[in-house]
Design a protein around this ligand. Structure first.
Ligand code: ZN
Length: 249
């Protein structure tokens, strides 16, 4: 996602540059794009590093020989805010799903505490801006898949209290109340309980993420939600229509 943001940023600047000044050199454009990038708050809306927190070979605070994300590379790349993804396989349901999600939320909290010189946990846009003013990277959390609330709205509330700020309504598989884009539909979109989940997310300020959901789930969420939806990591259908491949992992 970070690369997509950078690409969009550079691409937009490049196109504008072509229109406004056809004789600008490549070096000038790269320099201006770099300035734009490093003068902006750059946010990675979906980062799959959280699972690495459980590996003894990985240290968020050091440059790692594998993967893409650690604090040194966040700093060098000018990434100012990051949504750590809370993810487990969508075939794990019920209490085990809740427990594993809580493990990951706790691991994010602990890493933020461990590296508090560089990171600060944020829950609002104002807090992200304040982190940027302090020269810190804003750490946020998004739950990737409604199966992790264990079909229990109280768990959603608990996630919200712990700082989760978006949730995809499904992952690769249907959950108990929402159909996925990569599974055979069984709910015709959102169930009534699924619509209550969307309303509760609105109430708590947890963004409704439609990455991974079926078309009908998307339209149901759009109808119910009072707040704008987000697509934290999705492809554009006009560019790619292949289900299960282009809708990202
Ligand atoms: Zn995904």
């Amino acid at each position: 996602m970070r690369r997509v943001l950078v690409f969009l940023c550079v691409g937009s600047f490049w196109c504008a540059g072509l229109v406004l000044c056809r004789r600008v050199s490549g070096d000038d454009i790269a320099d201006r794009a770099r300035k734009l990038h490093f003068s902006s708050i750059v946010l990675d809306t979906h980062d799959d590093t959280t699972q690495r927190f459980f590996s003894k070979d990985y240290d968020l605070g050091k440059r790692n020989p594998y993967g893409h994300v650690d604090i040194p590379r966040m700093r060098e790349g000018g990434m100012n805010a990051i949504f750590f993804s809370i993810w487990i396989d969508g075939r794990t349901m019920g209490p085990p799903a809740v427990e594993k999600a809580l493990d990951q939320i706790d691991a994010v909290h602990e890493n933020v505490r461990k590296y508090s010189q560089d990171l600060v946990l944020c829950r609002t846009a104002d807090e992200v801006r304040e982190a940027h003013r302090q020269g810190k990277v804003a750490a946020l959390m998004g739950v990737e898949g409604g199966h992790m609330i264990g079909n229990d709205i109280r768990v959603l509330r608990m996630f919200g209290d712990l700082g989760v700020r978006y949730m995809t309504l499904s992952h690769f598989y249907n959950d108990e109340w929402a159909d996925s884009s990569t599974d055979k539909p069984v709910h015709n979109g959102l169930t009534d309980f699924g619509k209550d989940i969307v309303r509760e997310m609105n109430r708590q300020g947890i963004m409704v993420d439609i990455s991974h959901v079926s078309d009908k789930t998307f339209y149901d969420a759009l109808e119910v939600s009072k707040a704008p939806l987000i697509a934290s990591h999705s492809s554009c259908r006009a560019l790619c229509t292949t289900r299960g491949i282009c809708p990202t992992t």
